[in-house]
Design a protein around this ligand. Structure first.
Ligand SMILES: Nc1ncnc2c1ncn2[C@@H]1O[C@H](COP(=O)(O)OP(=O)(O)OP(=O)(O)O)[C@@H](O)[C@H]1O
Length: 392
């Protein structure tokens, strides 16, 4: 297997059409000018397994015989590492059962810490769970919506219910109007959601309303489980286009997706392809053909590279040892790609300050005036009327 010349990760990771440039400079409290670090979510060696009964035992994984000690457990995520950046959409792809939702849950801190190994950090700092919930949102495949409310009323209800009590009605209204534009729902703002008996918004619009409800606070980290499932290709494209806009407003967007169309693939910045809980590709969509060419499986000139890759992985899955070769090839490829990367990433400011700066740029509707003196952990959390994570 040969390696080819790949564009450098740093080059390919430069966000396009960035609304808030990572090199933006804003004054700090002492009026000096400091550069802003873009947010970087890093995950290292994420491993997750569940105990299974004797009938579900896996006799072997790849070309390795499972040790007796491993015999009564099923590994759902196996040593997963990677990075997701502000301004970008990272998509997790793979066949059904490959571990997409499990990885999303692991990154969003929705899996019991005791059964999960590895680390997840934002700008190099571990995330305390209450804090993560304030700065993030998790969008499920479908939310329950009130059929007789209009799009605008639905989002206003979410603003009243979820934004801080200290935020004035005018500011909540302004947030809803900005969100309607961001979601591309201006023409549907006065239309009811609807149900079987009442004609309402389209499926794609409904999905964007669902996303809007969860991002009313303008989160820095956004996780979405299959946001395009069940939508026609145009509606799915519009949803991902909205996600691109959200990313470019200063968020990290991470989503699972089954089979992105070519148009959607063009909107994605970073792909993680999974097979049986292992990473078989981690990089940009544009490098897919080059990567598989290096592995000895040249892509046809035409066709959707994501589809070609997923079909090929599905074929390999008939012979687990072949999947293992691809996993190892990806590891070597990663090592090669990361040669010129700064593996010891050290942000210039603490995470708390980076978040305060993000608030100053208009992110995170907190109900408090953004200053560099914000004490986020104790004061921000209880300021939300009804925290997104519910009562624990
Ligand atoms: N508690 C559990 N015990 C045993 N196996 C589990 C458990 N939870 C998940 N799994 C298995 O883990 C694997 C990964 O599941 P996951 O839902 O992450 O896959 P997915 O790629 O998101 O699939 P889909 O595209 O169908 O939603 C599946 O084989 C699933 O059956």
């Amino acid at each position: 297997m040969e390696f080819h010349e790949f564009p450098s990760e740093r080059e390919e990771n430069t966000p396009k059409n960035y609304e808030h440039s990572p090199l933006d400079i804003i004054p700090n409290s002492s009026n000096s000018i400091m550069p802003i670090d873009p947010f970087l979510l890093s995950f290292k060696n994420i491993t997750y397994y569940v105990k299974v009964g004797p009938k579900s035992r896996l006799p072997c994984r790849g070309n390795k015989i499972v040790s007796p000690e491993k015999n009564n457990r099923k590994i759902l995520l196996d040593d997963i590492s990677g990075e997701a950046r502000e301004g970008e959409i990272m998509a997790i792809l793979g066949a059904s059962g490959s571990g997409k939702s499990t990885l999303l849950d692991a990154l969003a801190n929705r899996i019991d810490k005791n059964s999960l190994k590895g680390s997840v950090t934002l700008n190099g700092e571990a995330l305390e769970s209450g804090f993560l919930k304030v700065i993030s949102a998790y969008v499920m495949q479908d939310d329950l919506l009130f059929p007789m409310l209009t799009v605008e009323e639905t989002l206003m209800f979410s603003a009243d219910f979820r934004l801080p009590r200290s935020l004035s009605k005018e500011k909540k209204k302004a947030r809803v109007q900005a969100l309607i534009d961001q979601l591309g729902l201006r023409n549907a703002a006065k239309t009811i959601i609807g149900d079987e008996g009442h004609r309402g918004v389209s499926g794609g619009e409904r999905r964007r309303v669902s996303i809007g409800i969860d991002i009313i606070h303008d989160p820095i980290l956004l996780f979405l489980d299959e946001p395009t499932s069940g939508l026609d290709s145009t509606s799915a494209y519009k949803v991902v286009k909205v996600l691109q806009r959200i990313a470019q407003s200063g968020s990290i967007v991470i989503m699972s997706i089954h089979q992105p169309s070519s148009r959607i693939l063009d909107l994605l910045d970073h792909l993680i392809l999974l097979s049986h809980g292992q990473i078989v590709y981690n990089g940009s969509p544009t490098n897919l053909p080059c990567f598989f060419d290096g592995f000895g499986h040249p892509f046809p000139e035409k066709g959707n590279p994501a589809e070609v890759a997923l079909d090929f992985i599905r074929e390999l899955e008939d012979t687990p040892s072949e999947v293992q070769k691809l996993v190892e090839f990806n590891q070597s490829w990663q090592a090669l790609m990361n040669l010129d990367n700064d593996s010891n990433y050290k942000p210039s400011v603490a995470l708390r300050d980076a978040i305060n700066r993000s608030i100053a740029r208009g992110k995170l509707v907190t109900g408090v005036i953004a200053t560099t003196d914000l004490n986020l952990t104790p004061s921000l959390v209880p300021s939300f009327a009804n925290p997104f994570w519910g009562v624990s």
